[in-house]
Design a protein around this ligand. Structure first.
Ligand code: NOJ
Ligand code: CA
Length: 679
């Protein structure tokens, strides 16, 4: 009761604190800081605006739709109904970067109705949180709007202040795998989401979407000034989205934080997704894996059959032994099945998901693994031929389930717009990786896999929009330049890359980045452009419930010191906090192990040498901890032999201490904190 009164007072205060003419509707976040107002101008065009602590953040920005062969929904609108509601719950993730999550928001729902023509109407729902905003459109069933064919959304995001943006180009051939641009907002082109901004006032924003279901992915295009417009990924026909009412769009999200780290701590995107529909998923165990993988990217082994074939029974058994000895619960095996010979990039129709190559004994390898407490991680490369895959995936999952496989990495290698899908007319058509058809495909895969108790980790995926909350077997994905670019990329990932990812791609959800490489010379001219300490720090900085130790086994066998951190670090967390960070520059993240009282710290920097301060106040008070520190050595640098200059040392610390982290250019630091037994 008291809380309700306080809430009401706070809301009332916030509503009055934003000076504005006469919005038709308004709603404030539970803490009162974020306020959304709705207006309709003289032409009947609706817009929303956002303020934080009384300062404009999003200037009036339009809402609406362009339709195929029907008038757009954007003019002559009137606000014909509105209602508000409050929500507050705390829910638990079966696995994750944070166990308990508070989902608290104030909601405004309103109806926009045309005053002329067909008198069509749509609902718009805003959920306003302390850490940002989500809004979506809902299409009720009505005779003039039954079969809806959306050409594009007219949603705008007009930033009220100048600032800098971190963004990656959208709708280009390498799909989601581009380097980041850091430019003034006015120089954004066509960008993927999440796109993240630092406004001149110091406020940080990130625009993305939540719960992308049966709809096409949203990109953003700058039109003029500091305004971005939605641009939906094209569909397979003339519409980007084809739906039958009633339906709703994904949530359009604006995360808002005073600090860059606050964006990483925000759970807005998960909160805007529907709760778990799969029930108990305890059959999925977070963990770490090794794999027959890096050798193919280095070019020393092949996916294809022949003398250089990587996935042989003998190699697989050696990997299982290594995993069992070192506490890895998974071994990924790529290139095990028929279909890799010739140009596998274009081999969509050749892949067979149940037939191993003759030199790979699938039954023997999986049994050998099971006996040693290890599971094979399955692999289904589809070359983006979703149509072909859908004919076989059920058989593929059934086989894997019988053999004890619990995680399958899928792959959609092809240039953008080169995916192939079964269209409703029975034809196979080319599609974009983030169009509506592929959104449907991924959902079918995840739902089918769940029936076989299999978790999915797609590469060249559709973007992450937090659907792991609803489908907790959708455990990780790629969806940005990962470690593989350091094997053959020209250029490889630059030292700032991971500090960019943390504040963009990783805000969307877990990434199968595959860190942990100690062999720094590769086919790429720059090789792996980080220090060893940074490779270790990435296990904490990049969240994924499954983390690969990507390197060749001999590099781990030769370097037991730094390898110890990879053996120790968990992948399932009770709690996550960001100690410091700035877009594209540096970040320090600490996480508490879900299954012990240990804390882990990861700090990374870009190409700049940095000294960061890490107050240890997150540790339990009054407890002494052993800190096992893996830090850059005095000569460490992301170039040449200096990459392996690492110092491993131990200290005793308490929550009253503050550590000074010295990071080399392209460097990092990883620390494990273990409580010491009280005497
Ligand atoms: C691209 C994936 O990102 C990579 O991890 C995989 O090895 C290849 N495709 C082959 O499936
Ligand atoms: Ca890839």
């Amino acid at each position: 009761m008291i809380r309700r009164i306080v809430l009401a007072l706070v809301c009332a205060f916030a509503l009055h604190s934003v000076a504005n003419a006469q919005p038709l509707a308004r709603i404030a976040s539970p803490d009162g800081a974020n306020v959304v107002e709705i207006e309709i101008n003289g032409e009947g065009r609706a817009s929303y605006r956002v303020a934080r602590n009384g300062h404009a953040v999003i200037a009036p920005s339009r809402l609406g739709f362009l339709l195929v062969d029907a008038p757009k929904i954007e003019r002559n609108l009137r606000l014909t109904a509105q209602s508000t509601r409050r929500f507050d719950e705390t829910w638990e993730q079966p696995w994750g970067e944070q166990r308990r999550i508070r989902n608290r928001y104030n909601e405004l729902r309103f109806t926009l109705t045309e005053q002329t023509g067909q008198l069509r109407s749509i609902d718009v729902v805003f959920r306003v949180y302390d850490d940002g905003i989500g809004f979506r459109y809902e299409f009720p069933d009505q005779p003039p709007l039954r079969d809806v064919r959306i050409l594009n959304e007219l949603t705008e995001f007009n930033f009220a202040q100048a600032g800098e943006a971190l963004w990656t180009p959208a709708l280009r051939s390498n799909r989601e795998e581009y380097l980041y641009y850091r430019t003034p907002i006015e120089e954004i082109g066509v960008t993927q989401t999440p796109v993240t901004l630092r406004l001149d006032s110091g406020l940080h924003l990130s625009i993305h979407e939540a719960a992308l279901v049966d709809y096409s992915g949203m990109n953003l295009m700058r039109i003029e000034g500091r305004g971005l417009n939605a641009i939906l990924t094209p569909g397979i026909g003339d519409a980007a989205v084809v739906r039958r009412a009633p339906f709703h769009t994904p949530w359009r999200t604006i995360q808002i934080s005073e600090s860059a780290g606050g964006l990483v701590e925000s759970r807005l995107i998960l909160n805007l997704n529907e709760p778990n529909v799969l029930g108990d998923v305890s059959w999925f165990e977070p963990g770490k894996y090794i794999g027959i993988w890096w050798q193919m990217h280095l070019g020393t082994a092949s996916w294809a059959s022949g003398a250089r074939h990587g996935a042989t029974t003998e190699t697989a058994l050696r990997y299982v032994d290594f995993a069992a000895r070192n506490g890895f619960n998974g071994v990924l095996i790529e290139g095990w099945n028929i279909g890799w010979d010739g140009d596998w990039f274009g081999n969509g129709e050749e892949f067979n998901f149940t037939q191993p190559y003759p030199d790979f004994d699938l039954e023997r390898v999986t049994a050998y693994a099971r006996e040693r407490g290890v599971r094979v991680i399955g692999h289904h490369e589809t070359s983006a031929n979703a149509a072909h895959y859908e004919n076989q995936m059920e058989a593929g999952f059934a086989l894997y389930q019988r053999l004890g496989v619990r995680v399958v990495k899928t792959g959609y290698v092809s240039d953008a717009a080169g995916a192939r899908v079964n269209a409703e007319d029975g034809h196979v058509r080319f599609a974009w990786h983030e169009g509506q058809e592929m959104a449907r495909h991924h959902q079918r895969v995840v739902e089918t896999a769940a029936r076989y108790q299999i978790a999915i980790n797609p590469h060249e995926p559709i973007k992450d929009t937090g659907l792991r909350r609803t489908y907790p077997n959708w455990v990780s994905r790629e969806g940005a330049r990962g470690m593989e670019y350091n094997a053959w990329g020209n250029p490889s990932n630059p030292p700032e890359h991971e500090a960019n990812l943390v504040f963009t791609r990783l805000l969307a959800g877990p990434m199968d980045f595959t860190p942990g490489v100690f062999g720094m010379e590769t086919q790429s001219p720059e090789g792996v452009a980080t220090t060893w300490a940074k490779q270790l720090a990435l296990y904490v900085v990049i969240y994924s419930p499954i983390q690969m130790a990507a390197d060749l086994l001999e590099n781990y066998e030769a370097n037991p010191g730094p390898f110890q951190f990879i053996r120790d670090v968990p992948t399932d967390w009770e709690e996550t906090r960001v100690l410091n960070g700035e877009l594209g520059d540096y970040v320090t993240i600490v996480r508490r192990d879900r299954n012990s009282r240990d804390w882990y710290l990861g700090a990374i920097t870009d190409e700049q040498r940095r000294t960061l301060s890490a107050p240890l106040s997150f540790l339990q008070r009054g407890v002494r901890y052993r800190a096992q520190i893996y830090r850059d050595g005095p000569n460490a640098d992301y170039r040449g032999a200096a990459r392996s200059d690492i110092v491993i040392e131990e200290r005793t610390v308490t929550s009253a201490d503050t550590l000074t982290l010295e990071l080399a250019p392209g460097g990092g630091q990883a620390i494990r904190f273990t409580p010491l037994r009280r005497r």
